[in-house]
Design a binder for this molecule. Structure first.
Ligand code: H2B
Length: 102
């Protein structure tokens, strides 16, 4: 169980994460991988992290562009779980040479 974060907490905790923006009850980022295979590997690695956390992103895959949207559905907004998963996604993306873009 994780409580909803305040606006200030969200802003502060996303501060050092490139490409992540808040849109209402979600945080989102779009990554461009070197190729389609790397994009799928990124999704696969994120799946492992999501299962580890029992916290799951919405994922949109278009060729080598992958968009992740995070929200804690049970709480109806953003919690520490979303910030933690965003950091894990950023780490996986970095290791695969995927860069955060628009
Ligand atoms: C029972 C289990 O913990 C819940 O269904 C989890 C699974 N993954 C989840 N993922 C997300 N993003 N939000 C949730 O509220 C959520 N709930």
């Amino acid at each position: 169980m994780s409580r909803l974060l305040t606006d200030e907490e969200i802003t502060r905790q996303l501060g050092d994460l490139t490409g992540w923006t808040r849109e209402g009850d979600e945080i989102r980022a779009t990554y461009e991988a070197p190729d389609f295979s790397a994009a799928i590997r990124l999704v696969d690695e994120v799946a492992v992290e999501a299962e580890d956390m029992d916290h799951h992103p919405d994922i949109d895959i278009r060729w080598r562009t992958v968009t992740f949207a995070l929200s804690t559905h049970s709480e109806g907004g953003l919690t520490q779980l979303d910030v933690e998963l965003a950091h894990r996604i950023a780490q996986a993306a970095s290791q695969l040479g995927a860069t955060a873009g628009g």
